[in-house]
Ligand binder design. Structure first.
Ligand code: KIV
Ligand code: ZN
Length: 522
């Protein structure tokens, strides 16, 4: 894809196009509790491409063979967005990045090196001259394999501004097409961040030959404000994540930057190419695969973002939505469709609904989801969008089933302990059945599963909720298990809460088994 900075299509000449680099799969995934398995990462990458993200930062290839493989798999399928891999300024990292991006239609190697006194002294143990030299050498090395090279000065905001300009100048001279100015620790205030970006723009030698990017963290809750201030000061690219996930308090949120620009483009003189109507679906996907819920009052994508509770507000909205709404829910992809599916709905209606919700599933996955939909429609009178979303998420990004649920039963009561019986089928076809006692139905069943699989992972998170209201609603369970210092997520959905708990645990177990088998094969 050719990345353009000015102007965005259909936008008048004075409105610049801001390049959106999404780092949900790298900086976002690095955050505690946000890990994704390779299939989930692929699913998210597909969604980012459809969303119209200009650059997808797919991972940090040198950090582990698994990460390299994930970046490689994403690079193979993504055609419309640039795919970037993050690398330290080391030849071995750049080699890993090159291998991971070999098949990318539009590869980008993203190199970083810290420039702040505290990072240079305590982390890198390097002098300014050494940092300068290593920057130029790394960019030159990366340019041998990839024309699109980005250089980031880690902790740029706490660095000497003139030193950053010198380092950026060296990176541009060595061939970097983008130089990125991160506020790595989220310390900046909007006014000063904007001024700093203007300064760097004006004082970096050769800046006219490269794009200036910003990457803001949210430790003071100012990541989006700082990114917008930088855009006003001339930044060409904004780095961000869906739902704002990322290290500590997270990164600047994609949806907030995009909608601020979309709604206020005349003031900010900038917009993006993002298809805003796909924002909500993409946000839901990230929340589902990471198991990290979006706070209800989160701007744009939170459950309450378009809910009006106070009578006076409701009255106003009924008379004219614009009294209390600056954008419509539909403009960010929150569908208000009244079309409810039920057991008489046919395949066409179901497939149309999937498309409308932004999913593209076919083949075996579609067969599986359609069968589950029919099953659900038998149990529940109406099936709404959230139910369908839950079915798709369960099937599309799940790891292959090493263990499959055959049947289960529990015995429990207020005066009794609980006993759980479960029968699982292994992928080799054999059945295993076990009965176990426990402190409640879930505990007894999970213990039985552990005995069958021969491992006892730590259950770090167990959360259960209802997908929609009403007693016939589906229960949705999220679990996170830890084995060998790695976390695996699982989701389960069923009209029976014990069954949704079993499905969630098995999904996490299957993700774990898949990863362990992959590691053994390496
Ligand atoms: O926050 C940061 O400085 C980063 C860089 C590696 C771009 O994530
Ligand atoms: Zn970061």
């Amino acid at each position: 894809m050719k990345i353009e900075t000015t102007p965005a299509p259909g936008i008048n000449e004075t409105v610049r196009n801001i390049i959106i680099l999404d780092t949900t799969l790298r900086d976002g995934e690095q955050a505690p509790g946000c890990s994704m398995n390779p299939r989930e990462k692929l699913e998210v990458a597909r969604r980012l491409e459809k969303l119209g993200v200009d650059v997808i930062e797919a991972g940090f290839p040198a950090s582990s063979p698994g990460d390299l493989e994930s970046v490689r798999a994403i690079a193979e399928i993504v055609k419309d967005s640039t795919v970037a891999g993050l690398c330290r300024s080391l030849e071995k990292d750049i080699d890993a990045g090159r291998r991971a991006l070999e098949k990318a239609a539009h590869p980008r190697i993203h190199i970083f090196l810290a420039t702040s006194p505290i990072h240079m002294q305590w982390k890198l143990k390097m002098t300014e001259d050494q940092v300068l030299e290593q920057t130029a050498a790394a960019v030159k090395y990366a340019k041998k394999f990839c024309s699109d090279v980005e250089f980031s000065a880690e902790d740029a905001f706490r660095s000497d501004p003139d030193f950053v300009c010198t380092v950026f100048g060296a990176a541009i001279k060595a061939g970097a097409l983008t130089v990125n100015f991160p506020d790595t620790v989220g310390y900046a205030l909007p006014g000063e961040f904007g001024e700093r970006i203007r300064y760097v723009r004006e004082h970096t030698p050769g800046m006219e030959k490269a794009r200036l990017s910003v990457h803001c963290h949210n430790d003071l809750g100012l990541a989006v404000a700082n990114s917008l201030a930088a855009i006003v000061s001339g930044a060409d690219q904004a780095e961000c994540t869906l739902n704002g996930i990322g290290e500590r308090a997270g990164n600047a949120s994609l949806e907030e930057i995009v909608m601020s620009l979309r709604l206020r483009k005349e003031s900010l003189k900038a917009d993006t190419r993002i298809d805003a109507t796909r924002i909500y679906g993409a946000s839901r996907l990230v929340s589902q695969v990471t198991g990290v819920k979006v706070q209800p009052n989160k701007a744009i994508v939170g459950e309450n973002a378009f809910v009006h509770e106070a009578g006076i507000h409701q009255h106003g909205v009924m008379a004219n939505r614009e009294t209390y709404e600056i954008m419509t829910p539909e403009s960010v992809g929150i569908s208000k469709s009244q079309m409810i599916l039920g057991k008489h709905s046919g395949r066409h209606a179901f497939e149309d609904r999937l498309k409308l919700l932004g999913f593209s599933v076919d083949g075996e996955t579609l067969e599986k989801i359609f069968a589950e939909f029919k099953d659900l429609a038998d149990k529940k009178k109406t099936v709404n969008d959230r139910d369908i979303e839950a079915l798709v998420m369960g099937a599309a990004a799940a790891a292959p089933e090493t263990w499959k649920l055959d049947h289960w039963a529990v015995n429990t009561g207020s005066a009794l302990g609980a006993s759980g019986t479960i029968r699982l089928q292994h992928k080799d076809g054999a059945y295993r059945k076990l009965v176990s006692l426990g402190d409640g139905p879930i505990d007894s069943i999970y213990k039985a599963i552990n005995q069958i699989i021969g491992r006892e992972p730590e259950l770090e998170l167990y959360e259960i909720g209802a997908i929609t209201g009403g007693s016939a609603s589906q229960g949705e369970t999220m679990v996170k298990i830890v084995w060998d210092d790695r976390r695996y997520n699982g989701r389960g959905v069923s009209t029976d809460v014990i069954e949704s708990s079993i499905k969630a645990y098995l999904a996490a177990v299957n993700a774990m088994e898949y990863e362990l088998a992959r590691k053994t094969a390496e």
